[in-house]
Design a protein around this ligand. Sequence first.
Ligand code: PRT
Ligand code: ZN
Length: 224
Amino acid sequence: MQTQRLRIAIQKKGRLSKECQDLLKRCGVKFNMMGERLVVHSENMPIDLLLVRDDDIPGLIMDGVVDLGVIGENELEEVGLERIARGEPAEYTKLRRLDFGGCRLSIAIDKDAQYNGPQDLQGKRIATTYPQLVKRYMDEQGVEFSTCMLNGSVEVAPRAGLADAICDLVSTGATLEANGLKEAEVILRSKAVLIQRVGEFSADKQALIERLLTRMQGVIQAKE
Ligand code: PRT
Ligand code: ZN
């Protein structure tokens, strides 16, 4: 069900939402984020914003339900691997990396534990919200492990006796430190990215996307 209006999926509430809305506004897209609406219509351009959980954005793009999306590479790659494993479509085009949402996905262990390299993780249980990315990394290293899937409070898993190590997002490192953990391996460096669905676009939509991209380039350069 394609519409004439360009559909952009963005995070409703969370670490990417404010910067994402600011970026669109600086690109000249006028909208009013009032209430609890799922769809917000731009007042001055044929653009609809879809306000969703970040977890849903890669799938909306890969299923071709929305045209553009802004998402952290960590989430994008995890969902992509998950969908490939299930035999579902996982294609998208990365239009550009953005200048926010920076973090790393890291394996962390007890701050007092010795660590000489990935082989020290052999046979360990790793708590994570990113089982696919952990598996990809550990398979590359040829290290066997098991997982403990947690959608929150990952950093307390070792102390709670649920896992030996964790793999979670880190920005300042304060959360790891507060939980008596230290970063052992960075497995992914992530930023927010603008992605596009694959497939056909009307000439009008294509022109609008190009205009947005040009403006985005200007906005991001002006900040550097
Ligand atoms: O509700 P919804 O599902 O939409 O949101 P969410 O809770 O899943 O995601 P949200 O808003 O927390 O994060 C969205 C995206 O922001 C992530 O997918 C990353 O791409 C990016 N991002 C950047 C981060 C961080 N930095 C970050 N620090 N996401 C999470 N964190 C966590 C980190 O795991 C730690 O627990 O923030 C905590 C503080 O980090 P430190 O290292 O500064 O202590
Ligand atoms: Zn989420």
